[in-house]
Design a protein around this ligand. Structure first.
Ligand code: TYD
Ligand code: MG
Length: 454
């Protein structure tokens, strides 16, 4: 590999250096230097250069897409998140915390499909993969398992097995001969991905790759990885709970608003088609500290239960702890309650849980959080049959939220009697079975909530 020329490029300003440095001499940023190939005589051996010259400009009206339809993955949730199946020749990246179930999900679909699939793992042995297959009680004559990390060798096997789908677990274990650095390094990840990208585009084979994530939740490796691939999915959830959400962060062939919901059971991941029913606990009697929010995740309405516990602080500094909810947002809501509603929460511990360990990004959850906190604070349950959907502003006002009709439908379907929203929310069609209560400030909620009868 002595004929290979590499240099270190600053990812911030683009200056290049022959040797690695901690700080870029030009823009003074730290840790931005990354090794990249500048001259690569070996590249031709992959046979990729031909394909680049073979493409001729053609009229957009003449491009034929009819003979390569999307591949149906036989998993409704995944198909939906991808925008209706896998587009031929696309490169899909799935990121997620360790142990969340990325490998399980991909093995499951590999075994479910009755087309040839090559499942390449650099993380687990063939025996381990077989054991996992036994655990999820699934088997397939057309799924091939390969233990390999070298890109060139993987491509050789792909050429001989001729699969219709390639799965790579994970991109961080890949290593290509065209570059010297160790697997997992920025340049290895980038080069290996770019080989698969070219291969996928040339052969119209779809490739699904697993990506590890960093402490901050981004995909480990260069940012450019996410730009290179066609689809970026995130598999998230709390490892101690059974629910998992598959979100799309980028999709060149569909909407990023769709989400997929799964349950991790002892025999693999099961699709969840009716999330609201599962996420609401079936308490006959209402409990203090619980409130239900009509949220929208992606484009799916989900009724979700919020549990709050407010108790007198034992230690000097009150504790705030949240699961599935942004703790900064909680602090803001507590400050609003303190200022606008005269609640002295500064001396109280506040714990907040979203059932199922699901992380909700919808701001409409605010009002239910406030209701749960108030209810726990006075130890009186929120009356049965009430749900909430409004964002809270800094001056304690209830703010308008989107997609109100879908929220009303879902709440009505699940038998709720009242939905509390902001005065600013326009209700175009008055629903029959559910009453919409509209308040403008949280003071109105405090005055009326614990008097409403469900
Ligand atoms: P895994 O798919 O290995 O996660 P990742 O590839 O994202 O690191 O999932 C491992 C976890 O899932 C592990 O803690 C065990 C659990 N699990 C189940 O609960 N049920 C199952 O059927 C399987 C296969 C795994
Ligand atoms: Mg794994």
């Amino acid at each position: 590999m002595s004929s290979l020329k590499t240099a270190f490029f600053c990812q911030n300003c683009g200056t290049h250096y022959p040797k690695w440095l901690g700080q870029c001499g030009s823009c003074k940023e730290w840790n931005t230097l990354v090794e990249e190939i500048i001259e690569n005589p070996k590249k031709k051996s992959l046979g990729l250069s031909k394909s680049q010259t073979s493409s001729k400009p053609i009229k957009v009206t003449e491009i034929d897409t009819s003979n390569n339809p999307r591949l149906n993955l036989k998993d409704e949730e995944l198909n939906r998140v991808l925008g209706g199946g896998v587009v031929p020749g696309s490169l899909i990246l799935i990121g997620g915390e360790p142990g969340i179930g990325k490998s399980t999900l991909l093995l499951q679909i590999s075994l479910l499909l009755n087309i040839r699939v090559l499942y390449v793992s650099g993380e687990e042995s063939q025996q381990q993969i077989k054991r996992r297959a036994d655990r999820i009680n699934s088997n397939s004559e057309s799924c091939f398992v390969l233990n390999e990390t070298n890109v060139e060798k993987i491509i050789q096997h792909v050429n001989s097995i001729k699969p219709e789908l390639i799965i790579i677990d994970s991109v961080q274990t890949l290593q290509t001969d065209t570059i010297d650095s160790s697997p997992g390094s920025v340049s290895q990840i980038k080069e290996s991905t770019s080989h698969f990208l070219k291969y996928a585009k040339k052969t119209h084979l779809p490739v699904i790759m697993v990506g590890h994530i960093t402490k901050d939740g981004g995909i480990a490796g260069p940012k450019i990885l996410e730009h290179m691939v066609d689809v970026v999915l995130h598999f998230e959830g709390d490892r101690n709970h059974i629910y998992r959400i598959l979100r799309s962060k980028k999709n060149r062939f569909g909407s990023t608003a769709e989400i997929g919901i799964y349950e991790m059971l002892s025999d693999g991941l099961k699709q969840v088609n009716n999330p609201s029913e599962l996420l609401l606990s079936d308490n006959k009697e209402p409990l203090s500290g619980n409130a239900i929010s009509a949220t929208i995740e992606g484009i799916r309405p989900i009724m979700i239960e919020i549990q709050a516990l407010v108790s007198t602080a034992v230690y000097g500094t009150p504790q705030r702890s949240t699961t599935g909810f942004n703790s900064k947002r909680l602090n803001m809501l507590l400050a609003v309650l303190e200022k606008k509603a005269g609640f002295n929460l500064g001396t109280k511990d506040v714990f907040l849980n979203i059932t199922g360990g699901i992380k909700i990004e919808d701001p409409a959850i605010d009002l239910a959080v406030i209701a749960a906190i108030l209810s726990s604070n006075i130890n009186i349950p929120v009356p049965k049959g009430i749900c909430f959907a409004a964002e809270i502003g800094l001056s304690g006002e209830l703010r308008n939220i989107s997609k109100i009709d879908q929220r009303i439908n879902e709440a009505e379907k699940l038998g709720f009697k009242f939905l509390i929203v902001s005065k600013a929310t326009k209700i175009s069609k008055v629903p029959k079975k559910i009453k919409i209560l509209q308040y403008s400030r949280i003071e109105d909620l405090i005055k009326n909530l614990f008097k409403e009868r469900g």
